[in-house]
Design a protein around this ligand. Structure first.
Ligand SMILES: [Cu+2]
Length: 83
């Protein structure tokens, strides 16, 4: 997983930053839920990878120029709610 961030000094126009956004989705209970959430999230523009931990109900979305509203909408689209 790519977790490196470009600090202000290393920021260059044209090189997008990779960022990770984490959500808690209490409604996820099984592999099916995980697959549904993952499928919607990877379809969001800029998303590179999605990691789901069913035990903690944590979903980590990594990508470039992530749109948090679009990510939340994708979670809703999958039938769940991010807290
Ligand atoms: Cu399920």
């Amino acid at each position: 997983m790519q977790t490196a961030r470009f600090g202000p000094a290393g920021e260059t126009k044209g090189i997008p930053m990779t960022e990770t956004v984490t959500y808690t989705i209490p409604g996820m209970t099984c592999d099916h839920c995980e697959a549904a959430v993952r499928e919607e999230l990877v379809a969001v523009e800029g998303v590179e990878s999605v990691e789901v931990d069913l035990k903690t109900k944590l979903v980590s979305v990594t990508g470039e120029a992530l749109d948090e509203e679009a990510l939340r909408a994708a979670i809703v689209e999958a039938g769940y709610e991010a807290s």
